[in-house]
Every structure is written in C-alpha cells, then in structure tokens.
Design a protein around this ligand. Structure first.
Ligand SMILES: C[S@@+](CC[C@H](N)C(=O)[O-])C[C@H]1O[C@@H](n2cnc3c(N)ncnc32)[C@H](O)[C@@H]1O
Length: 201
C-alpha cells in the first residue's frame, strides 16, 4: 500500500520489515519457588503469565508495565542499572527484550544480569532472528508477529517491533560469552531462537 493511500490513524506497514507469523510454544520450568527476574517484562508479560507471583518484572517504561495483565510484581527499572543486590536471583528471563536494546549496550546489560544472578543461576532468552534483505534495509522497524502458546492452553496473538537490524543467536552469544556466561541449552528455528545461559558455580 502506498503511504498516501492510508487513512489517518492507520499503520503504514510498508515502512516495516515484517516476518511471517511465528508459532512459539513456551515450556514451563521449575524455579523451585525462587524469584524470577523478568527483564523488559511489560507488554504482554508472557513470563508473568507463565510463572505468576514468582516473577519480578522490570521494564524501563512505566506504561508498558501498567498495561501488563499478570500477577507479577512490576517495577520501573532499566536493565543497565538494576537496583538489586549482587547474587539476588537464581533465574532471569528476557522475552523479546534484547531486540529493543542497542547492540552496543548488550555487554553492559548482560554484566548487570550476571551481577544479580547467583553462581549457578540461569538467564533464559527468547529473540527473533532477522536477516534483513538489501531491498528492505531502508525500512524503519522490523516486526515479528507471534502466536504464543502457554502450557495451560492459553494462546496469545501479538507482534513485537524493534529497530531494524540483522540479528542472530550470535548477536547475544558473543557478549554473553565475554561476560562469562556458558550456554547450557539452545533452540534455533527459522525466525526465532531460545538460549539458556548459566553463570558457572
Ligand atoms: C517486546 S517488549 C515486551 C516483551 C515482554 N517481555 C512480553 O512478554 O510481552 C520489550 C520490552 O523491553 C523493554 N525494554 C527495552 N529496553 C529496556 C531496558 N534497557 N531496560 C528495561 N526494559 C527495557 C521495553 O520497554 C518493552 O516493554
């Protein structure tokens, strides 16, 4: 559709690089009653939907947290300056959050997550894979439409849009390894990946 054909208030999708809709099945995990720190836990708040009151959701945007409908504890906070003591958590999650963080800031974000994790603690990351074709590089945003399936049968239809940039599992693997994390699980699909890092004991 041409920009001038749009009606006021309509989103002009021609400005976005949009991936085909992805189906994502989220598995439950045993956090042994421990807190889970969810980084960028506003919006749909998927981890809060999965793990409820065990989740402390932080997001730098207050409005994102206000719109989130789950029973997590919600706190406005930036990942680059976590207000928790060292070694406070055994679990951290980031569900489609790193796509919103400039790549140059990944190391600082991962160092902060490392600091608040206990030795042996885990960071679980879900992200899109973007390989932007040359002819799409002038677009403003990359968008991934998702159909998210939770273990209780809940299905959430949503889409996350981030800065247009190429991204693969290596985009986070490199700074994570530099920080000291080791990879204990990974799943790479065509347009999404999941990786579980561990801060060694
Ligand atoms: C795709 S959105 C929400 C995804 C959310 N995890 C969910 O389950 O729907 C990513 C979120 O990351 C937040 N975010 C981006 N940069 C951040 C940062 N530096 N610190 C904390 N949150 C951040 C954004 O405000 C946004 O709410």
């Amino acid at each position: 559709m041409n920009e001038k054909d749009n009606h006021p208030g309509e989103i002009d999708l021609s400005r976005f690089y949009v991936l085909p809709k992805q189906e994502l099945h989220i598995k439950d995990f045993d956090n042994r009653g421990d807190w889970i720190l969810d980084i960028g836990g506003g919006g749909e708040g998927i981890i809060g939907l999965l793990k409820g009151r065990d989740v402390i959701a932080i997001d730098r945007v207050k409005r994102e947290l206000e719109e989130t409908k789950n029973s997590s504890l919600k706190i406005v906070m930036d990942v680059s300056e976590l207000r928790f003591l060292d070694a406070s958590f055994s679990y951290a999650t980031a569900f489609f959050t790193f796509m919103y963080i400039p790549e140059a800031d990944f190391e600082a974000a991962l160092s902060e997550i490392w600091r608040v994790l206990r030795p042996g603690g885990a960071l679980m990351v879900w992200e899109p894979i973007f390989t932007i074709p040359q002819e799409e590089k002038s677009k403003k945003l990359a968008v991934i439409p998702l159909e998210i399936h939770l273990p209780d049968g809940t299905v959430i239809e949503t889409g996350y849009g981030g800065v247009l940039r190429d991204q693969s599992i290596e985009t986070i693997m490199r700074p994570a390894k530099k920080t000291g994390f080791r990879v204990i699980e990974k799943k790479v699909d065509k347009h999404t990946f999941y990786v579980k890092f561990q801060k060694p004991d």
